[in-house]
Write a new protein. Structure first.
Length: 87
């Protein structure tokens, strides 16, 4: 009964992983620029703008609190990655 939906989730997960890798490649470039220019990793205004744009792109507003959490967690992960680049 759930097999069709699980297969769809599996396909979406494959797509998410590919997008995650693309995003992390750009995050790496940004981290290297920040390191070379001695810039801070955390930019609160930028993070707020990213989350607000994501919320505006939603079709189903019921997901708004969850997209907020999703992007907050994603940016937490990327900041941790950039911290490792700075070492």
């Amino acid at each position: 009964m759930l097999e069709k939906q699980r297969q769809e989730i599996d396909q979406l997960d494959r797509e998410l992983v590919a997008l995650f890798e693309k995003r992390m490649a750009v995050v790496t470039e940004i981290g290297e620029i920040k390191k070379s220019q001695n810039l801070p990793i955390f930019d609160e205004a930028r993070e707020d703008a990213v989350i607000q744009r994501a919320k505006k792109r939603l079709i189903n507003s019921e997901y708004a609190p969850y997209i907020d959490e999703f992007f907050t967690d994603l940016m937490k992960t990327t900041k941790k990655f950039q911290q490792n680049l700075m070492k």
